[in-house]
Structures are given as structure tokens and as C-alpha cells.
Design a protein. Structure first.
Length: 210
């Protein structure tokens, strides 16, 4: 059976959320109040990013310069990517974050060719516009990760899910195996077949048993 590893980005591949660093530095407004509404499940992740990044009124380059070299990658990530390539496992990043900074961070660490699906953004003097596009090309308000894992399953993949956050809980339910930390781990302890991980060396150890 062909295997695919679907991995979250912010808080999973990275040790902190890069989008939060950008919003702290550039948002002209109380973006953390919007974050609180999302955490309380009052709005979708799409609504959170749309409203929060509407407060960012600068071009892409200053945003990239602000995070360059400041986002720490979780230990063992290169090892995981190499191992997936060795085993012919398809490795895919599906993130609620923004594609422009994810790809820039990956380029900085020499992994610019990884497959990434995340929010699309355009930059304007009055706001940064954000939208999610699903695997079928349609615009989504929520559920990007869920839409992609369902698409991968329809293609016949055994999906291993790697994540850390609240937004990983729903898509992870569809996976054959979950590797979890953070809020996802707390959920999995009550509900799912899972393995905890601290860094990506732990993930590789689990993949070697497959």
C-alpha cells in the first residue's frame, strides 16, 4: 500500500507559530482578540486569518525579512524528509498558515522542493488578503486539512498524520496512524490510535516499524 505522510507546519515543523510572529510585528489592531474568538470556536480558521491579516498593511518582503532566521525548526526534520524519500513515502505539508512564508522558511533550510498546501495571500496597501483553496480548486472557509486528507485517501494512500494543534484533530481522525504532540496529543489520549513525539527522530522511529 502506498504511504503518504501529511504534516502540519506551524508548531509541528516549527517550534513556534510563524504567523503569530508576523501578526505581532505588523498587525494594526487587536489580532489576539480575533485569535481568542477562534480558540473559543466562535469563528473558523479561515475567518481568523482573513480578519487578522487584514490588519497587516505591508508588502511581502518586509514580512519575510522580519522572520528570516527567527523561526526554529524542530529537531530531526531533515532526517524525516530524507527517510520518507528513501522509503518512497510521499511527504506533504498541509497547513492553515500562509504559503508565502512556509515556502520561504523551507527555502532557507534547503527544502524548497517540498509539497505544500496552505493559504494563498495577496498583499495590498490597505490589507493582506488570505484565502484557502481545496484540492478540487474550490475556495474553502474551513477544513483545508480535512479536504486534503480525504483527497489523499481517495487516491488510495495509507495516510500517516503528524500534527500538534486543535485544527489537526478533525483531519487526524481519518488517518491510519497519528503522530501527535500538544493539543492533538491531549485529544488522542482519549480517542485515537496514536504515537506521541517530541521531535522528528521520534517520528522516523515509528515510520521504521511500518
Amino acid at each position: 500500500m502506498k504511504t503518504l505522510v501529511q504534516c502540519d507546519f506551524d508548531g509541528t515543523i516549527t517550534e513556534e507559530d510563524a504567523s503569530f510572529l508576523l501578526l505581532d510585528a505588523f498587525a494594526q489592531g487587536d489580532w489576539r482578540q480575533v485569535l481568542q474568538e477562534y480558540k473559543e470556536h466562535k469563528i473558523s480558521v479561515g475567518q481568523f486569518n482573513t480578519r487578522a491579516f487584514a490588519m497587516v498593511k505591508v508588502d511581502k518582503q518586509p514580512l519575510l525579512e522580519a522572520i528570516k532566521g527567527k523561526v526554529k525548526i524542530r529537531a530531526g526534520f531533515h532526517k524525516l524528509v530524507s527517510y520518507c524519500k528513501k522509503r518512497d513515502f510521499r511527504f506533504v505539508i498541509v497547513s492553515n498558515g500562509l504559503e508565502f512564508y512556509i515556502k520561504a522558511i523551507l527555502k532557507d533550510i534547503g527544502l524548497e522542493n517540498l509539497e505544500v498546501y496552505a493559504a494563498q495571500s495577496s498583499f495590498h496597501p490597505e490589507e493582506t488578503k488570505v484565502q484557502y483553496i481545496g484540492p478540487d480548486g474550490s475556495q474553502l472557509d474551513d477544513g483545508l486539512k480535512e479536504a486534503y486528507i480525504k483527497s489523499f485517501l481517495r487516491q488510495g494512500y495509507r495516510v500517516i498524520y503528524v500534527g500538534n494543534g486543535d485544527s489537526d484533530i478533525v483531519p487526524a481522525k481519518y488517518a491510519h496512524l497519528i503522530l501527535a504532540r500538544g493539543a492533538l496529543l491531549a485529544y488522542c489520549r482519549k480517542n485515537n490510535t496514536y504515537k506521541p513525539f517530541d521531535d522528528f527522530a521520534d517520528v522516523v522511529k515509528v515510520l521504521k516499524l511500518l
